[in-house]
Design a protein around this ligand. Structure first.
Ligand code: ADP
Ligand code: MG
Length: 628
């Protein structure tokens, strides 16, 4: 029997309970900033100012012009589980405000020296209350404008363990700016300022259009590449912007998702987004987006995470596919050709989502907005392609293509060898479609690298390698899906020796490689036998080909899932099979390539996400030559 004697069970003091709660809600200075800013938003403020010193460790002050707190309620505001935002448990599922746990102020006041100054519209004078490590002092009258100022000093001064965990002022400042950014993005209608020490970091006027606020944080690189979207399906509406794939990030932190006016992180939605960008971005690059989801409150539980950062959707699957298809459809209807940035046109107006309609906090006086969200917000000189239609007549080819406008032509560039006859030859018209070999080229090849051509709108410059790579990629991807990628069997299997770890890694993928037409088997030690490989790579030696495959597999490491790996390998194969910069092309080849461009789902980016072409509009040219 154990001799261990436990202490008697005791009710914890309110102060200890609050400190525990504080640990959950208030992790670092940025958490204080988030809670205070959210309270100001909930109070209907149209102007909010944040001031911090030393990364918020010395001081965090938030001043708003919101409703203020009535004098008699001041003590309650800092009592835990006291909130003006919900009354009973049912309300938990109907919350339109940011706060509702009634925990934040009590928690903050428990672990800092807090001052609240506040005045409501109906009071002649304001009141000030100090709370020192949870000890409240009686409220005193004071002069102050309508609204509330909450000042938090010496955060965690009485919880040394927490204090130890705080990082440098610079790191904490970074987190604070991020918290500020999220709220400022969610509430473009509120004028917001951020002052760091004596320096004003942000001074954001109330925005007319959401893109302006986005631009204020992320600059023209982002704001001139926004692609507006708006999709409502049943009770769920998704709108805002995705960012042109030409602009990507090394992490997913620029994916701003807002649910009913509140910033959220959601892995499933992030995944939907990367799916939508599949094939448009290089591996390791992430899309950026600014999207708001409006979902009836009863379909979401926002009360599963202390900081309400994660939520639980009742119909996550539907939201996932709605997001995926909305973004995909938008890309299909958008000309993603990288437009030469000769002039900086202002972004077309896009009204922020109307707050207080189906989603945003009802207290926020949002701008009345019904705006047309289908505006293409980036500098869009050429008309959008209608990707939903069947392939159209080639647009680039002014002449000489009528005879070979066939859609059956195929896209590889290897033109010898019995294995790929008529299969992956990109220039079948040179093999008996009756085109005169000396047809006028439909584009001018310059430096054996670029193709320049007239278009109805102006002029296009194409990177021949990038475009061909895209053409091949789309074709072989289709073939892999149908299980029809041609492979070439070697008469004598070729042994390739690899470092043992790499041999093991590649052999693990035997089945997957089979789908790509690559057959391998173990031969002992680090040696792998290659017995067949993609026909279109017949100019490569098998050992070299396998080494490239191994590179892809090893680089991808454990993080790549099978589909990503197939994708990587398809990229590699297309890259190797495509014409190179520096290859001289015949007029027929140029014509064929341009025709294939018309058939591509996304002719605008090579599989690595680089642009395949640049468009110069007639306007742009006229402007540059000072004709207009
Ligand atoms: P919650 O936001 O979850 O209700 P808090 O602890 O953050 O809990 O705030 C408690 C209460 O204090 C709020 O419900 C609100 O009534 C009041 N309050 C807090 N901050 C402000 C503010 N800036 N303006 C007006 N009222 C506020
Ligand atoms: Mg709150």
């Amino acid at each position: 029997m154990s001799q261990l004697q436990l202490n008697p069970i005791r009710q914890l003091s309110a102060s200890v309970i609050n400190k525990i709660a504080a640990g959950e809600v208030i992790e670092r200075p940025a958490s204080v900033v988030k809670e205070l800013l959210e309270n100001s938003v909930d109070a209907g403020a149209t102007r909010i100012e944040l001031t911090i010193e030393q990364g918020g460790t010395e001081l965090i002050r938030v001043t708003d012009n919101g409703s203020g707190i009535p004098q008699e309620q001041l003590p309650l505001a800092v009592t835990s589980h006291a909130t003006s935002k919900i009354v009973d448990a049912d309300d938990l599922f109907q919350v339109a405000t940011m706060g509702f746990r009634g925990e934040a102020l009590a928690s903050i006041a428990e672990v800092s020296q807090t001052t609240i100054r506040t005045r409501t519209a109906v009071q002649d004078c304001g009141f000030e209350m100090l709370i020192n490590g949870g000890h409240r002092e009686p409220a005193q009258p004071c002069g102050c404008p309508q609204g509330t100022t909450i000042e938090v000093r010496q955060l965690f001064y009485n919880t040394p363990v927490r204090q130890k965990f705080m990082k440098t002022a610079q790191t904490e400042r970074g987190h604070i700016i991020e918290a500020f950014t999220r709220i400022a993005l969610a509430h473009p209608e509120i004028q917001m300022t951020c002052v760091n020490g004596s320096k004003t970091t942000y001074n954001l006027p109330a925005a007319e259009v959401w893109a302006d606020r986005i631009g204020a944080f992320f600059g023209p690189e982002i704001s001139s590449n926004l692609i507006a979207l708006d999709n409502a399906h049943g009770e769920i509406r998704i709108r805002g912007f995705v960012v042109d794939p030409a602009v990507s990030r090394a992490n997913n932190r620029m994916q701003y998702l807002f649910l009913n006016g509140r910033y959220i992180r959601d892995r499933s939605l992030q995944h939907a987004l990367s799916e939508a960008y599949r094939g448009l971005l290089m591996t390791g690059r992430y899309p950026a987006c600014f999207l708001t989801l409006e979902i009836p409150f009863e379909l979401v539980d926002v009360n599963v995470h202390p900081a309400k950062l994660e939520v639980r959707f009742q119909n996550g699957g539907q939201i996932y596919s709605q997001l995926l298809s909305t973004v995909r459809d938008r890309f299909l209807s958008t000309d993603l050709t990288a437009h030469a940035q000769l002039s900086k046109k202002p972004v077309e107006p896009f009204r922020p989502f109307p707050l207080g309609t189906s989603g945003g906090p009802s207290m926020s006086p949002g701008p009345s907005s019904q705006g047309n969200q289908e505006t293409i917000a980036f500098n869009n000189a050429a008309p959008a392609f209608d990707w939903t239609q069947a392939p159209r007549q080639p647009q680039l080819a002014g002449h000489g293509v009528a005879a070979n406008g066939s859609t059956e032509i195929d896209g590889g560039f290897s033109n010898a060898g019995p294995g790929d006859q008529g299969v992956l030859n990109p220039y079948p018209e040179t093999i008996g479609t009756g085109v005169a070999p000396s047809q006028t080229p439909t584009a001018l090849q310059v430096h054996n690298t670029y193709l320049v051509s007239e278009t109805p709108e102006g002029m296009i410059v194409i990177d021949q390698h990038a475009l061909h790579e895209r053409v091949i990629y789309e074709q072989i991807r289709g073939k892999v899906v149908d299980g029809k990628l041609e492979s070439q069997r070697l008469l004598v299997p070729e042994p390739v020796s690899l470092p043992p770890a790499e041999a093991a890694a590649v052999l693990e993928q035997t089945e997957l490689l089979e789908q790509l037409g690559i057959s391998i088997s173990p031969f002992g030690g680090g040696t792998v036998l290659v017995s067949s490989y993609p026909a279109m790579l017949n100019k490569q030696n098998p050992a070299e080909m396998l080494r490239s495959v191994v590179d892809q597999i090893v680089e991808g490491g454990k993080t790549l899932d099978q589909r990503d790996l197939v994708d990587e390998l398809l990229h590699m194969i297309s890259c190797k099979a495509a014409v190179k910069a520096g290859d001289r092309l015949s007029p027929e080849e140029i014509t064929a390539l341009l025709e294939h461009r018309e058939l591509c789902q996304d002719a605008h980016h090579c599989p690595h996400g680089r642009p395949t072409s640049l468009v110069f509009s007639r306007d742009e040219l006229d402007r540059r030559f000072k004709r207009i």
